[in-house]
Design a protein around this ligand. Structure first.
Ligand code: FAD
Length: 468
């Protein structure tokens, strides 16, 4: 096996982490400065009531009574220059980059519940850029670069932890596929390493390497710069930063209708009244088809499915990496949170639903996978489990796009993987909304790719949304 691996995957010599960070990248915009970072933005940032070691020290010594609220709670205005529907990660980051990169200030985010109450606060927090297809590779690598500076950018600790993500393989065919992926990533200036079973046994001794293992482990593919972030901190960080740039964040404001004049959007009906805007962006994840129905966009290439996640009681440090495997008969991913809980998940519930709650067969399936991978978890108690509503697309890739209605923009189709895309999604969707044209990184992810037969099917599953 060692020899065969050496043939298909030469030893890692060139692209370590530092090489990647120094690499100019193939995408022109700079993830740290952005296309239009100007003095106006600098002045706005200076106005922020910045979190700093000094403020933490001061508040620590004075009983934490002086912290201002993180964002305002404004009444909706009758009209805005742009409205973003959905106060999840993608809606909030879009509003932030509309203000930060494009100088738009008269913007509202409309959220039917509370900010971060959707998938952004329900996911298993894995961030990586180990994709294979050209468009996805560039997009997710750009996102990872944004993650690497996000806490500084937002002046908010999103607890981004680059602990490394390992995808296990269990057969020679899967090993070849992993090698192909790793080689493709390296050709795109993204670091990747193929690990042997022996290396894994040293790095993660608690996995089941026994002769009778249900899924015998042959090795893994590692991306060291991948990791996890604190999911709700990401929502709160973007919310606070957008608010400081003048964006109105309006909670408990459900959009119930999309207003059109002919083929042009003019605003939205909400539970808090009519709000007008010449530009409306939808970033509502699993509720996409409800909103596109309101706009009369017709049938969408999206199905809503539920996905559950689980967290155990806190344990002492047990797992230093994010570990995942996917094969017929088992799908599982696990990491350990900073509080010590084992955070894990598996497959979808496999039927269409808008409900944010899951069912017991998946609990059993995921628990079975956990036991197959890490038998030592057998006596650990489960603390909580919950579900989110996924926007599963027909090819497993996202949609960031103009629509047939002028001024109406769509951000959806994130399937299992939209958390890691949060920064780049907001960046590119903001650009699409501001300039009324696709962003270079997401031009291929248009809605009409399905009509034109240009699917971006990373997994090669075909038009079967629940399998992506
Ligand atoms: P959301 O947070 O769901 O935001 C959409 C918002 O729109 C919601 O707050 C909702 O209330 C609001 N809304 C809906 N309808 C209306 C309306 N009519 N009016 C106003 N507001 C409305 N991705 C990863 O990259 N890594 C992972 O490890 C990962 N694990 C996951 C595990 C689980 C259990 C789940 C559920 C998802 C996971 N994901 C993961 C996927 C990721 O969380 C989502 O793809 C991403 O969060 C979706 O974008 P969002 O944050 O904008 O969605």
């Amino acid at each position: 096996m060692g020899l065969r691996m050496a043939c298909i995957f030469p030893p890692v010599t060139g692209l370590g982490r530092s090489a990647i960070n120094k690499s100019p990248g193939r995408f022109a915009e700079n993830a740290r400065t952005g296309p239009q970072r100007d003095l106006t933005n600098q002045r706005d940032f200076a106005k922020l009531n910045r979190y700093s070691w000094f403020s933490v020290l001061k508040e620590g010594l004075t009983g934490h009574k002086g912290w201002p609220r993180a964002w305002r709670d404004p009444e909706p205005k009758p009209a805005y220059d742009a409205i973003v529907v959905g106060g999840g990660g993608h809606g909030l980051s879009t509003a932030y980059y509309l203000a930060r990169n494009h100088g738009m200030r008269n913007i509202a985010v409309l959220e039917k519940g509370y900010l971060g109450g959707g998938n952004v606060g329900r996911n298993t927090t894995i961030v990586r850029s180990n994709y294979m297809l050209p468009y996805s590779t560039q997009f997710y690598e750009f996102s990872l670069k944004l993650w690497e500076n996000l806490s500084h950018e937002l002046n908010y600790n999103v607890m981004f932890s680059q602990r490394g993500q390992i995808g296990l393989f269990h057969s020679p065919t899967a090993r070849d596929a992993a090698a192909r992926r790793a080689n493709t990533m390296r050709l795109n200036d993204i670091e990747a390493e193929l690990l042997s079973r022996e290396q894994l046994m040293t790095m993660i001794p608690h996995l089941d390497y026994s002769a009778g293992a249900r899924f015998p482990i042959m090795g893994g593919i590692l991306q060291r710069r991948a990791g996890t972030a604190r999911h709700d901190a990401v929502a709160w960080g973007y919310a606070r930063a957008a608010d400081r740039l003048g964006v109105d964040l309006i909670q408990n404001c459900e959009v119930t209708g999309i207003l059109r004049q002919g083929n042009r959007v003019t605003g939205v009906e909400t539970t808090r009244g009519t709000i007008l805007a010449p530009k409306v962006g939808l970033a509502v994840a699993g509720n996409t088809t409800r909103l596109t129905d309101m706009a009369g966009l017709g049938r969408m290439p999206i199905e809503s499915h539920k996905l559950q996640a689980f967290v155990s009681e806190p344990l002492k440090p047990l797992l230093d990496y994010v570990v995942a495997f996917a094969l017929p008969g088992g799908h599982f991913y696990i990491s350990q949170s900073d509080k010590g809980g084992m955070v894990f998940g598996g497959d979808l519930d496999m039927y269409n639903s808008y409900a944010q709650k899951g069912n017991l067969p998946v609990v059993e399936d995921v628990a079975g996978c956990a036991m197959a991978l890490m038998p030592c978890l057998g006596r650990v108690r489960l603390l909580r489990h919950w579900s989110g509503v996924m926007d599963m697309s027909m090819d497993g890739s996202h949609i960031i796009s103009k629509t047939a209605v002028e001024g109406l923009y769509l951000n959806t189709g994130w399937c299992y993987g939209g958390f890691k895309a949060t920064p780049a999604s907001g960046w590119c969707f903001a650009s699409t909304m501001a300039k009324d044209e696709p962003h270079e990184l997401t031009a291929a992810f248009s809605l009409d790719r399905f009509e034109r037969g240009l699917a971006i099917d990373e997994k090669g599953q075909g038009p079967t949304p629940n399998l992506h």
